[in-house]
Design a protein around this ligand. Structure first.
Ligand code: UD1
Ligand code: CA
Length: 469
């Protein structure tokens, strides 16, 4: 039978030291919010261990914002909320969780995790859960680590000769206990029945006058302190400097994982990838590339230096040349973009199409093999297969109030320096001569030209050439 888990995420804290206006749980981190990392760690743990899980988030400070974010991002998930009105300590937060969420009491195990520790991975929870598998009598496991600077953490005081231990918070520690280097990480797995039995016995009889969750650990209880080799993964975010620090670690982790899966980074330290970015194997990423949001890059692509990609999809074999900027766009197989191109939201560049330097696309759907090679603006447009757009083409899509569409068929040739005054339609196999301002629809196979007649006068140049005196 599947074990049932409840996951309690502590997120009621104010996060005053972060100096950020929103709730700490929603601090931005690599394209996601701080709390999202704890939640994805929990969901990953649940799916890897094949357990049934419900998640409950304890909110307090700016609860509407935290709940709003979670409701809109985890619609399919089983997320409940428990309001802790006054923050009287971590045990009080856990109490709110069990009081407000009925299902929380009926599960076998309860994980407690803080919303501000984004480096914890599901494999860490697996190691902790294994302790229960090895010793079915165990009631709780606390993750600990050893640090040369334990100040601020609860110290792990192991019982002499026994299994058990207890935790002494910084404020209550005497000099001898302050010397202890093993500290509490704040990550726990409990048997739910054990919490329900002991939670009401926790008092606020300590220097801080708070209800400490750590009082659930006593020398005589069947509790285990599982020491991790490094405390790095438990790094909590209290300040902006720590937010940057965990960001740096996450960034390295993302790049490293992709490198292991076959992505080629020319200079891994200079690349910025948001947490939800995907890149296929064989793709080469040059220095100073930024990929943001839910971007997905296919296999065997090339991202040259200085490329910025936001929430876009690139199919296989796409090349984005230096200093191009893409946003909410789709680039189909083997298309080439840039250098110095700007592809704005709603653009869809067809297979093997070529977008050259200083070209701007906006809401432009280009079919297969279209070429817009130099210095053009193509907005609100459809361009058919294999059509060639010459240098300096402009869609005049805006009349000061509304946007209008330019439609160009397949296999057509638009000469250099043309303007399409939209709404306008140009057919298949048509030819528009260089320098034409297109103000009338051009049918299939049509030819269009609009130019002032040229006058050429022999020997007349000297009248106009000015010499410096
Ligand atoms: C806690 C542990 C300490 C451990 C440290 C690891 C206790 C008593 N102490 O201390 O042993 O070494 O974490 O980082 O648990 N929260 C609420 N409601 C409250 C109080 C806190 O939701 O009433 C939340 C906070 O938002 C935070 C988490 O619980 O996410 C931890 O609380 P915090 O006050 O930061 O505990 P520490 O003093 O760091
Ligand atoms: Ca803390």
């Amino acid at each position: 039978m599947k074990s049932k888990f409840g996951m309690c995420v502590l997120a009621a804290g104010k996060g005053t030291r972060l100096k950020w206006d929103g709730p700490k749980a929603l601090a931005p981190l690599m394209g996601k919010r701080l709390i999202d990392y704890s939640l994805s760690c929990l969901t990953e743990f649940a799916s890897k261990e094949n357990i049934e899980a419900m998640v409950g988030v304890v909110t307090g400070h700016l609860k509407e914002e935290v709940e709003g974010h979670l409701k809109s991002h985890y619609t399919q998930g089983n997320i409940r909320f428990a309001l802790q009105e006054v923050q009287r300590g971590t045990a009080d937060a856990l109490k709110a969780y069990f009081e407000k969420i009925k299902e929380a009491s009926s599960v076998d195990y309860t994980v407690v995790i803080c919303a501000d520790t984004p480096l914890i991975e599901s494999s860490d929870l697996t190691l902790m859960f294994n302790e229960f598998k090895n010793n079915p009598k165990l009631d709780a496991v606390c993750a600990t680590f050893s640090t040369s600077n334990p100040t601020g953490y609860g110290r792990i005081v192991r019982a002499k000769g026994g299994l058990g231990f207890h935790i002494v918070e910084e404020k209550d520690a005497d000099l001898e206990i302050k010397q202890i280097n093993e500290v509490n990480s704040g990550l726990y797995i409990f048997k739910t029945a054990f919490i329900l039995k002991h939670l009401n016995q926790v008092s606020a009889n300590n220097k801080a006058g708070e209800f400490y969750l750590t009082d659930l650990f006593q020398d005589s209880y069947a509790v285990s302190a599982l020491m991790f080799a490094s405390g790095l993964k438990f790094l909590g975010v209290n300040t902006l400097a720590q937010l940057e620090e965990v960001g740096g670690h996450l960034r390295k982790r993302i790049v490293q994982k992709m490198a292991e899966e076959g992505v080629i980074f020319v200079d891994p330290g200079s690349v910025y990838l948001d947490a939800e970015v995907k890149i296929g194997r064989g793709t080469t990423v040059f220095p100073n590339v930024y990929c943001m949001g839910k971007s997905s890059i296919g296999e065997n692509c090339i991202l040259e230096p200085g490329v910025i990609i936001k929430s876009s999809t690139l199919e296989n074999g796409v090349e984005i040349l230096g200093h191009s900027y893409l946003e909410e766009a789709i680039i189909r197989q083997k298309a080439t973009i840039g250098p110095f191109a700007r592809v704005r939201p709603g653009s869809d560049v067809g297979e093997k199409s070529k977008i050259g330097n200083f070209v701007e696309l906006k809401k432009a759907k280009l079919e297969k093999g279209v070429k817009v090679s130099h210095l053009s603006y193509v907005g609100d447009a459809f361009i058919g297969e294999d059509t060639n757009i010459g240098c300096g083409f402009i869609t005049c899509n805006y009349d000061g109030a509304n946007k209008h569409v330019t439609q160009i068929g397949k296999n057509s040739f638009i000469g250099s320096d043309c303007q399409a005054v939209a709404p306008i339609s140009i057919g298949d196999n048509s030819f528009v001569a260089a320098g034409t301002t297109i103000t009338k629809d051009v049918p299939n196979d049509g030819f269009a030209i609009a130019r002032a007649p040229i006058a050429v006068k022999e020997g007349m140049a000297k009248r106009f050439i000015k010499k410096k005196t």
